[in-house]
Ligand binder design. Sequence first.
Ligand code: C2E
Ligand code: MG
Ligand code: MG
Ligand code: MG
Length: 277
Amino acid sequence: NAKEKGKNSYKFYEKEMEQRIKDSLKLERDLRQAIKDEEFELFYQPLFDLEKNKVKTVEALIRWKKPGAGYVSPAEFLPFAEKTGLITEIGRWVFKEACRQKKQWLARGYNGFSIAINISAKELDDAKFFDSLVKEINNNNLDSSNLEVEITESDVMENMDENIKVLKELRELGVKVSLDDFGTGYSSLTYLRKMPIDNIKIDRSFIANILSDGKEKRILSSIIELSRVIGLNITVEGIENEAQLEFVRDKGCDRAQGYLLARPAPAEELENYLEGN
Ligand code: C2E
Ligand code: MG
Ligand code: MG
Ligand code: MG
């Protein structure tokens, strides 16, 4: 009967809740351990300068090398790391490692390109964020103008005044700021005009269907034109085929990134792309 049924579904719900709590406690424990043991690795994906046909920037993308589980993608643990605040420590590891790698590439004769790191808004909340980034830049004798930070549009939008303040400080230091996943965060044109940013990375959802859908094509064209009017350097992410590449080249975009050009890969594999820079 209905009452029994209700009771059963309640029990089921309770079990499910219990499992979810267990899972998230385990994830938190594993993640804390991972931070201690530095079980992370940075992959790098090039951004191709369309005018010079060269790699001028490589983006660092974190992977969790979980024992027995292979590489875990950031989508699976970053949201949780943000929720628990563990992102602060993970983020510090990221820019420490990225700066170390940049210095090593310089020592091996690879120069003429920047490193881009992703940061989430939660990292900006940390009062020590700025100083620890500066410390890593200095410790490795890096030129801050060879560093870019990418922050997603939706992340900038929350707690905007505070975030904009830190981004401004970064730019004063010479660091370039990119607005990531643009088009998914509902920022108005008024804001976009005022944001302290150098580059815009148009989200890959805007390129995905341009070949089959004329309206999509026109939308992407408008975003590109608008970004140019504002004076931003334009990257389109998610280039997966030749026709898309041709399109962004035609439109005069500055940089392109995507599986067609290169997939994210361990640092050693990047050296092929950095040759001749
Ligand atoms: P994102 O910064 O927008 O990076 C682009 C994502 O799209 C990467 O996924 C990349 O592997 C993937 N991608 C690149 N080209 C293509 C393509 O042609 N097609 C498709 N379908 N995908 C492509 P990934 O590495 O899984 O990273 C996901 C997101 O996690 C990143 O999005 C970024 O927001 C975040 N993230 C990654 N590393 C870090 C980090 O070190 N710190 C922080 N705070 N966030 C990070
Ligand atoms: Mg990014
Ligand atoms: Mg992106
Ligand atoms: Mg994206």
